[in-house]
Design a protein around this ligand. Structure first.
Ligand code: PMP
Length: 460
């Protein structure tokens, strides 16, 4: 088998896939039973599968295809770069034009003095870089005991040993000996699920103050950094109360803890600004980037760091790097993606057109009997499915309603993801109001069908 196999019948592709391909984050029994959905092509916001179904991708792949599918400019740039210089590394005092141009462009777009980029192949790798970088930073400053990184339960920072440890996913920690030492998790600002009778803003403040409590308990001399997603993505698009981030910033400033904003999802326009930290009004020392950096057209990520961090790390040799740090083809593709985002005003489109329109339609979903709350920032949104709209009590059997809803979405040619009983979206940023109408009408149909199924199974 050495050719791309789109021409084979779906069943044959599925059988080969099941025999040889190990899938990430997949229920394998279900996969073997049903066979994987085979995606053959994509354009704009629409995927086509091997059966000819046209599916509205309200997740932009894995939150990454910010400019939409099928942009020839990126393919042309990749082909040109592959012919000219398909690969060279950036170790041992070498460089090349694509990585130079991309680093300079990121420095121009990034806020404050985040002027330096250490490249990686993915968000996970970039967060692994961050773990080593912040610990090395404090060691270089003569404070080697500052090695603890504080993160949050239900955060997602990647799947490698380091980044999976930073994340707060219990299912991941249960496998493979995670977390590594000196990672400490505090609670998340998830008012809907955990806020009880408290006012959301009061709850947000309380959850932020857990950071201060943790620093005092661990000892200031032990804490290196705090890492968080401006808006938690994979945890369920959890939008923190407005009180949360200012308090986190205050605490980081007070104790001189490095603040790492994991912008892997929020970066490059998703929240209506170039970066989520701008939407949340915070000043990180380090940003993790990936996904929207290349709109997913090529694997690339990185750590964008402040002048201060770069000066300390750059004083000696940082014994760290990946074969594909600053890969020339990925860098050229990312640069072209940023050109399109900028020249086509896509971040402005999000802020001025798509996000306000989507917000109105998304929040109106709370008129549905299954929908308890709807949250949205820019182009990332979530709804909580509930058995009874009068309380925030969850379903007795967590995750079933979400799973059924996701299946009904697929059946209606819509990709929405479920996190337990939360349905989440993160569509391509180029989505138009007419396409948003289509997204919402398919979502409503899926919700109706899910409701009927839950009634039939006596789960309401
Ligand atoms: N950080 C965040 C916030 C993410 O959402 C993700 C991926 N979903 C990652 C890190 C890891 O990125 P990657 O899958 O590219 O390793």
């Amino acid at each position: 088998m050495n050719a791309i196999t789109n021409h084979l019948p779906t069943a044959e592709l599925q059988a080969l896939d099941a025999a040889h391909h190990m899938h990430p984050f997949t229920a394998n029994a279900e996969l073997a039973d049903k066979g994987a959905r085979v995606i053959t092509r994509a354009s704009g916001i629409t995927l086509t599968d091997s059966e000819g179904n046209e599916i509205l991708d309200a997740m932009a792949g894995l939150w990454c295809v910010n400019i939409g599918y099928g942009r020839d400019e990126l393919a042309d740039v990749a082909a040109r770069q592959m012919r000219e210089l398909p690969y060279y590394n950036t170790f041992f005092m070498t460089t090349h034009a694509p990585v130079i141009a991309l680093a300079a462009k990121i420095a121009e777009l990034a806020p404050g003095d985040l002027n330096h980029v250490f490249f990686a192949g993915s968000g996970s790798e970039a967060n692994d870089t961050n773990i080593r970088m912040v610990r090395h930073y404090w060691a270089e400053k003569g404070k080697p005991t500052k090695s603890v990184i504080i993160s949050r339960n239900n955060a997602y920072h990647g799947s490698s040993v380091g980044s999976g440890s930073l994340g707060g996913m219990s299912g991941m920690h249960a496998q493979g000996g995670l977390p590594i030492p000196d990672i400490h998790h505090i609670e998340q600002p998830h008012w809907w699920a955990e806020g009880g009778d408290m006012d959301p803003e009061e709850f947000g403040l309380l959850r932020a103050q857990e950071l201060e409590k943790a620093i005092l308990e661990l000892g200031e001399e032990r804490v290196a950094a705090f890492i968080a997603e401006p808006v938690q993505g994979a945890g369920g698009v959890i939008v923190p109360p407005a009180s949360y981030w200012p308090e986190i910033q205050r605490i980081c400033d007070k104790y001189e803890i490095l603040l790492i904003a994991d912008e892997v999802i929020c970066g490059f326009g998703r929240t209506g600004n170039w970066f989520g930290c701008q939407t949340m009004g915070i000043r990180p020392d380090i940003m993790t980037i990936a996904k929207g950096l290349s709109s997913g057209y090529a694997p690339i990520g990185g750590s964008v760091v402040s002048d201060d961090v770069a000066a300390v790390i750059g004083a000696g040799e940082f014994n760290h790097g990946y074969t594909y740090s600053g890969h020339p083809v990925a860098a050229a593709v990312a640069l072209e993606n940023l050109r399109i985002l900028e020249e086509e005003g896509i971040v402005d489109h999000v802020r001025d057109v798509a996000a306000p329109y989507l917000k109105e339609k998304w929040e109106a979903l709370t008129d549905h009997p299954l929908v308890g709350e709807a949250k949205i920032v820019g182009m990332m949104g979530s709804i909580a499915l509930v058995p009874n709209k009068d309380s925030r009590a969850p379903f007795a059997e967590a995750g079933t309603a979400g799973f059924i809803c996701r299946e009904r979405c697929f059946a209606n040619n819509l990709v929405m993801r479920h996190v337990g009983d939360r349905m989440i979206i993160s569509p391509p940023l180029v989505i138009t109001p007419a396409e948003i109408d289509m997204l919402i009408s398919r979502a409503r149909k899926a919700l109706d069908e899910c409701y009927a199924e839950l009634q039939k199974r006596d789960l309401l």
